[in-house]
Design a protein around this ligand. Structure first.
Ligand SMILES: NC(=O)c1ccc[n+]([C@@H]2O[C@H](COP(=O)([O-])OP(=O)(O)OC[C@H]3O[C@@H](n4cnc5c(N)ncnc54)[C@H](O)[C@@H]3O)[C@@H](O)[C@H]2O)c1
Length: 443
C-alpha cells in the first residue's frame, strides 16, 4: 500500500528520504523553511551534490509523487506519517540543540488541533537526537492534544553523504524505536521494498534507538582516531600504517572500513554526534571516556599534520600552498567540519597564501573564504609556482594525477598527503619530497 508521507526539513537526510520513499510509489510532501531551496527542488534541481539524486528527484516529481512546499499545514493535512529530518546542531557546550525538533513538534500538534485533523498520525524522528527526546516530543503532543493516538517513533538515519541515495535504497539495517504494534506494521510495510535483499528491520524501544545512532557514529570515530593515534606512533618508529591497516582490516572480527589514517573525521555528523554523546553521558553521570579520547585525538590531528609542514619549511609566511580537496570527504559538496577548512585557517594564520581546488565544493568554499584564498579552475592550475601541494580530500581524480606535470608546475616538488593516496616508491621515482601520515618520509 502506498503511504501519504510528509518530510519536514529537506537537507541531506530529508531530500534523500523523501525522494527514495517516493521512488517506491509513496506520495511524499517535503517541507522546508528555505523558500529558495524549495523553488530549486520543485524544478528538479537538488540543492546539494549527491550522486544519483538529481535523476531520482526529477523522475518522481514528473511521476506526481514528490512535492515541495514551505507550507507545513498543507503537508500535515495531507499525510499520515510525518518524518522529522531537522537539524540538531551542537550548542555551545556540545549538547544537541533540540530547538528545531521541539518547536516543529509543537507547531505540528497545533496544526492538528486547530484544523481538527485526525489525532492518530505517526511522528517519526529521523534527526539524530539524545536519549529522552522522544519522551519530550510525546509530552508536547499530549499537552496540546489530549486523548490522542499519536505515536512518537524513532527511526535514526545511518546514510553517509556521497553514497546516500544508494544506501537509502538498500540500507544495511533499519532501526525503528517503537513499542506500538500499529507502528511496527506500518514501518514494516513502508520499508519492505528497501529490505528485499534480506537486511533486517530492527525494532526496539525509543530510548535504545536514539542511542544506537550515537553509538554507531562514536564507534566509527573511535576507529578513525585509533588509526590516527597509531599513525603518529608509526611516524616515530618508522613503521607503515597502511600495511598495518591491511594487516588488521583483513581480520573479519575487525573489518576494513573506517580504518584509514588521515586528517581526522569531519562532516555534519561524527563531530557533533561524538560531542553530543559525551555531553549526554556526562549528564547521566556515566562518562564515555573512550569516546572522549577519540574526540581529543581528532581535535589535534590537523595540528599534527600542520606540524609536518612547519617542520619542513620553518616559517610559512608568504609561502604559497596549493590544496586539493575541500569537502570533508569525496562525492559531496558538504564542508561542515571539514579538516581542509581547519587547515586553511591554520595556514592563513601562519601568513601563508592558499589556493584551492575541489570538484564540487568550490562554490560553498567561496562563501566562507571569499578573497582570502584563491580558487583554481582545475587541479593543475593552482600548482603553478606553489611551494607545495597539500592533499586534503581523496576525490578519485586525485588518485592517478599527472605527476610529471605536477613536478613541472610546482616551485618545489613537495607533497603533503593527508590521505596517504600515493605509493611511496612512485613518489621516490618521480623525485618528489613526500610527507604522508604514519608512513616513511620520502625526501
Ligand atoms: N547529513 C548526514 O549525513 C546525516 C546522516 C544521518 C543523520 N543525520 C541527522 O539528520 C538530521 C538532519 O541532518 P541534515 O544533514 O539533513 O541537515 P541539513 O542541515 O542538511 O538540513 C536541514 C534542513 O532543515 C531545514 N529546516 C530547518 N528548520 C526547519 C523547520 N523548522 N521546518 C522545515 N525545515 C527546516 C533547513 O532549511 C535544511 O534544509 C540531523 O539531526 C543529523 O544529525 C544527518
Amino acid at each position: 500500500m502506498a503511504f501519504k508521507i510528509s518530510v519536514i526539513g529537506t537537507g541531506y537526510v530529508g531530500i534523500v528520504s523523501g525522494t527514495t520513499f517516493a521512488a517506491q510509489g509513496n506520495s511524499v510532501i517535503c517541507v522546508d523553511i528555505d523558500q529558495h531551496k524549495v523553488e530549486l527542488m520543485r524544478q528538479g534541481i537538488p540543492p546539494i551534490y549527491e550522486p544519483g539524486l538529481e535523476w531520482l528527484l526529477k523522475h518522481n516529481i514528473e511521476g506526481n509523487r514528490l512535492f515541495f512546499t514551505t507550507d507545513l499545514k498543507y503537508a500535515i493535512e495531507n499525510s499520515d506519517i510525518v518524518f522529522l529530518c531537522l537539524p540538531t546542531p551542537p550548542d555551545k557546550d556540545g549538547a544537541a540543540d533540540l530547538q528545531n525538533v521541539l518547536a516543529t513538534s509543537k507547531e505540528i500538534a497545533e496544526i492538528i488541533r486547530d484544523n481538527d485533523l485526525p489525532r492518530n498520525k505517526i511522528i517519526v524522528d529521523k534527526s539524530t537526537v539524545p536519549v529522552g527526546t522522544g519522551e519530550k516530543v510525546k509530552k508536547i503532543f499530549d499537552d496540546i492534544l489530549p486523548e490522542n493516538e499519536i505515536e512518537i517513533t524513532s527511526n535514526p538515519e545511518f546514510l553517509s553523504e556521497g553514497t546516500a541515495v544508494e544506501e537509502a535504497m538498500k540500507p544495511d539495517r533499519v532501526v525503528v524505536g517503537t513499542e506500538s504494534q500499529r507502528v511496527k506494521d506500518i514501518m514494516k510495510d513502508l520499508y519492505e521494498p528497501f529490505l528485499r535483499s534480506g537486511n533486517p528491520l530492527l525494532f526496539m524501544d525509543v530510548r535504545s534507538a536514539e542511542i544506537t545512532k550515537y553509538a554507531a557514529n562514536s564507534m566509527l570515530a573511535l576507529r578513525i582516531s585509533f588509526m590516527n593515534e597509531l599513525a603518529r606512533y608509526c611516524d616515530k618508529v618508522e613503521a607503515d600504517i597502511e600495511l598495518i591497516r591491511l594487516g588488521i582490516g583483513t581480520d573479519p572480527r575487525i573489518g576494513r572500513r573506517y580504518l584509514y589514517a588521515g586528517l581526522g573525521y569531519g562532516g555534519s555528523c561524527l563531530p557533533k554526534d561524538v560531542k553530543a554523546l559525551i555531553h549526554s553521558a556526562n549528564e547521566a553521570n556515566s562518562p564515555v571516556e573512550m569516546v572522549q579520547t577519540a574526540y581529543e585525538i581528532n581535535n589535534t590531528q590537523v595540528h599534527y599534520f600542520l606540524s609536518k609542514i612547519v617542520k619542513r619549511f620553518g616559517k610559512l609566511n608568504n609561502l604559497h600552498f596549493a590544496m586539493w580537496g575541500l569537502s570533508f570527504k569525496p562525492n559531496t559538496d558538504d564542508l561542515r567540519e571539514s579538516p581542509a577548512l581547519a587547515l586553511i585557517n591554520l595556514l592563513l594564520a601562519e601568513g601563508a597564501n592558499v589556493s584551492v581546488y575541489d570538484p564540487q565544493a568550490m562554490e560553498n568554499t567561496r562563501k566562507l573564504f571569499s578573497d582570502k584564498i584563491t580558487y583554481g579552475k582545475d587541479q593543475y592550475e593552482i600548482l603553478n609556482q606553489a611551494d607545495a601541494l597539500i592533499l586534503t580530500t581523496e576525490w578519485s581524480i586525485f588518485r592517478k594525477p599527472e605527476f610529471d606535470t605536477m613536478k613541472n608546475l610546482l616551485k618545489n616538488p613537495v607533497i603533503f598527503d593527508g590521505r596517504n593516496l600515493y605509493d611511496l616508491n612512485e613518489m621516490k621515482d618521480f623525485g618528489f619530497e613526500y610527507y604522508s601520515i604514519g608512513r616513511k618520509q620520502i625526501s
